[in-house]
Design a protein around this ligand. Structure first.
Ligand code: FBP
Length: 552
């Protein structure tokens, strides 16, 4: 295998650990905090998780550990979409395991949760794992989106775990994958299986966070990668002065990525899905807003600009949100009948007949490409695959039509040449920034301490992230604390609640106060490429979102 010079150099990077985790493992003890409650639907969640509900938050402190010294055989799974730093969670977990006892074993289940069900695994060795240190991607064992939810699946998982003598499984994933982790932990606890389950907060989307989890890993690197590209496009736009660039960025639901890229790059427009929903903006309201900005800039002789569009926007537009929720239920409830329809015409006719009157009108008003994209298969968790909906193209078409109408009425005299981009997969497997490399290694290392202390149904947490790694704190929170009941695949299910952009939060407020200026003037900023070597203030900085959220 040919290895790039950067990859070779990154093998040698030693991720920074918080001071508390630098102690000998026998000198790290648990401090119990307060008992927890789920974020809502407490009675229902308590009933569904009788063994793992209401546990206490914990943090680690330097004191003699009460954990019994025993051999550990641990399984690890990468689950859901790729996020930079996943390999470092595994290397951190591996190093902590081996430090505690060289006979300890780490098994990686391949291809996501299905690897556990199919007993497809590999044992990590120094030689194998060293080739993945500080690298991007999930290719060390692969990932997948299989949902663990049936008793049959749990039984198989238990049998596979027993066969290998596993005493713990670490699931590295987003909200849906950690919901899997909580359900599996509860099943093992209720059966006294002696298998602990620990989660690690992953997702580039940044929507797995709360008062304890400050950010999910991968968000930092992905946003920096997109911001580099957006900054480059901004410079091109300002140089050529002839294109409007419509850039969709990932984030299946929340608009955290779009907001962070806006804070980094100061584009002319950045739409925030959560604001669209709060203001009950229709598709036409959004189109008019964009057309207004294009018109004002054209008056200044600026027939160019950059607009950032969050991938999940379409689901926040109230009328489309209702349509999607009706479609989700209809597709789940009529799966068999629907699967027999082969042509797009017969599928739309079948669905339209079952939609409410208003949703039928909204559906009919959309171009056929978008209709097709809305009818595509849901992911295993029942989510619409918004990464495949071309909102950026839809907006370009609708804004062009609106500007043509304005031109006829003498209200617009500029030139509108628009290009579309989608930045998603480009950022999910980048070499982790120093922040993500350190954070992920710490999360994995800390996950072992949770295991060694006999905990299950917990998520590994590392906090104080706007300070340098040495001052970070480590601990765990019960996953059930983050849960509520939501409708998925036409049924009510316990799931981790997504953290959306808070409109009264500091990052959005910062953006809101400046966007009028950014719309009219050209205030682009150019973050450049992620730097791995050099001064701390260039290489070790984290996101603007985290810094603003933690500012006093
Ligand atoms: P996770 O929530 O699993 O981390 O995945 C998030 C994400 O990257 C979204 O931003 C995107 O919509 C989706 O994955 C794409 O999924 P896929 O990889 O299945 O195309």
């Amino acid at each position: 295998m040919t290895i790039s010079p950067l990859q070779k150099a990154r093998y040698g990077y030693q991720p920074k650990l918080p001071k508390i985790l630098q102690n000998d493992i026998s000198n790290v003890a648990i401090e119990y905090g307060k008992a927890t409650q789920s974020v809502s639907d407490q009675d229902k969640i308590r009933e569904m998780f009788p063994n793992t509900y209401g546990m206490k938050e914990i943090s680690f402190l330097a004191a003699p550990s009460k954990a019994e010294n025993r051999k550990h055989i641990v399984g690890v799974i990468l689950s859901g979409g790729q996020a930079p730093g996943g390999h470092n969670v595994i290397t951190g977990l591996y190093d902590a395991l081996k430090k505690a006892g060289k006979d300890n074993v780490l098994l990686g289940f391949k291809g996501g949760p299905s690897g556990l069900l199919e007993d497809d695994c590999v044992e990590f060795t120094d030689e194998f794992i060293n080739e993945y240190r500080n690298t991007g991607g999930f290719d060390i064992i692969g990932s997948g989106r299989t949902k663990l939810e049936t008793v049959e699946q749990f039984k198989v998982a238990g049998e596979v775990a027993k066969k290998h003598g596993l005493n713990a499984i670490v699931i590295i994933g987003g909200d849906d994958s950690n919901t899997n982790a909580a359900v599996l932990a509860e099943y093992f606890a209720s059966n006294n299986a002696g298998i602990q389950v620990i989660g690690c907060p992953k997702t580039i989307d940044g929507d797995l966070k709360n008062d304890v989890i400050e950010t999910s890993f991968g968000f930092d690197t992905a946003c920096k990668t997109y911001s580099e590209l957006i900054g480059n496009i901004e410079r091109d736009a300002a140089s050529a002065r002839k294109y409007w660039h419509f850039i969709k960025v990932m984030g299946r639901s929340a608009s955290h990525i779009a907001l962070e890229c806006a804070l980094e790059c100061q584009p002319n427009i950045c739409l925030i899905g959560e604001e669209v929903e709060a203001k009950k903006q229709s598709m036409m309201d959004i189109v008019n807003y964009i057309a207004d900005v294009v018109t004002v800039r054209a008056q200044e002789g600026c027939n160019f600009g950059v607009a950032i569009i969050p991938e999940g926007l379409i689901e926040f537009i109230p009328e489309v949100k209702i349509l999607i929720s009706e479609l989700n239920d209809l597709l789940a409830q009529n799966e068999k009948e629907y699967s027999l329809l082969s042509s797009f015409e017969s599928q739309t006719a079948f669905i339209s007949a079952k939609l409410s009157e208003n949703s039928r009108k909204v559906f009919a008003s959309l171009p056929s490409d978008i209709q097709k994209q809305l009818l595509m298969d849901r992911d295993p968790h029942g989510n619409v695959q918004v990464s495949r909906i071309e909102t950026e193209k839809l907006l370009i078409t609708m804004v062009s039509e609106e500007l043509a109408r304005r031109k006829k009425e003498g209200k617009y005299s500029g030139k509108f040449n628009a290009l579309n981009h989608f930045f998603g997969y480009e950022g999910r497997c980048a070499f982790p920034s120093n922040f993500d490399a350190d954070y992920c290694y710490s999360l994995g290392y800390n996950a072992f301490l949770l295991i060694a202390n006999g905990l299950t149904g917990y998520m590994s947490v590392v906090t104080g992230l706007s300070e340098g790694p040495a001052n970070w704190k480590a601990g765990g929170i019960p996953i059930t604390k983050m849960m509520n009941i939501e409708r998925r695949h036409g049924e009510y299910k316990p799931v981790i609640r997504k953290a959306l952009v808070e409109l009264d939060g500091k990052p959005f407020k910062y953006f809101e106060e400046r966007r009028k200026t950014w719309e009219k003037e050209t205030c682009f900023t150019f973050p450049g490429a992620i730097q791995y070597y050099g001064p701390e203030e260039v290489c070790d900085i984290t996101t603007r979102t985290l810094v603003l959220e933690q500012s006093k």
